[in-house]
Design a protein around this ligand. Sequence first.
Ligand SMILES: [Mg+2]
Length: 397
Amino acid sequence: MKITDLKCTVIGENPVVRVDTDEGISGLGEIESTKSYLKPHVLFYKRYILGQDPTNVERVMLRIRNLGGFKPWGSSVSAIEMALWDIAGKAAGLPVYKLLGGKIRDKVRVYNGGVRPPLKGVSPEDYVENAHEIKKSPEEFTIMKWGIGFHSRMASTVPGYFYGEVEEGYHYANRGLTTERGLEHTIACVKALKEEIGAEIGLALDCGPGWTVTSAVRLAKALEPLNVMWLEDMITGDYTPYTAVEEFRLVSSSTTTPIHTGEQIYLRQGFKNLIESHAVDIIGPDPCDVGGIAELKWIAEFAEMHGILVAPHGIFDGLIGLAALVQACATLPKNYIAFEYPVGRPEWWYDVVEGLPSKNQIVKDGFIEVPDKPGLGIELNEKAVRKHLKEGETCFE
Ligand SMILES: [Mg+2]
């Protein structure tokens, strides 16, 4: 089998990658809705993969893997990797998880970072009201995550939150030493949240990036009695193009509250020092950024050998990304906690991607059943695709 084309069409705001072959089998991959600008970057890789056998996934990846980077520059490589696995699975008549060594769980736990109304504000009452609404969602999530601190409007709307100038309209530009008032406000919000959701639901918090080591330690220690599941990306994260291994190690060695990072990191090499020095307790590689499905598997296995847990990021990965997350996470070792559940937004995505259970049945009791269809188990409905193309796009022509 040979790769005959690599195409990319922006549907809504998500670039969708399609790899075509001479045997009529195509594979799909998807890039986050926040990265529609990456289409030319995807097409850049075409020259490197044409004529290759897509079922030798690793051999193809060796040709392009070195030409990616930390978020957002790992997304295109990751989407192509997913499409290759999709082809390999369809060609073999097997779900991708079988090609990765088989599933070790029949259903995968997900956590809720995106099924919710927007927060009205950042007071303890606002968080409680938001949690109250989310608890009603039919998915019955067992773990929920909220943004606090610099990963929220706290820094820009709570007066005197930190010793720094507030920067508006720039992605997470606020960083610095939190004031006592800022710290107390943050702790009050988490306490209120925990009281509202109770012990039955795990509470995870996305915190930054932007904290100094000393404030991060103070927050983590203050929250110890609340048994939160993790504090995410306090030092670096999101779009930080490096990893603050030493700073994370200082924080995590000073507290029993689990420390989490890794959504922006590219490749297993990007995680090597973090894992080997036990700088965090939990890592969160996103298969749509880290280099793909198999990359996530390798990193999780390496983390398992070091006693580190895995809770993959995924909120903006879309429904094709969701299919890839399920296949990958079905195969991860016992250090797996849950992945962040991506929703189809806008709603019409559920008409565009076929093969998933209907929208209201994807998550049951906080879990997703692992499907057995070949490849990623999904197809595009081209008629629906044509209705929702971004302006100026054609349907993989
Ligand atoms: Mg995050």
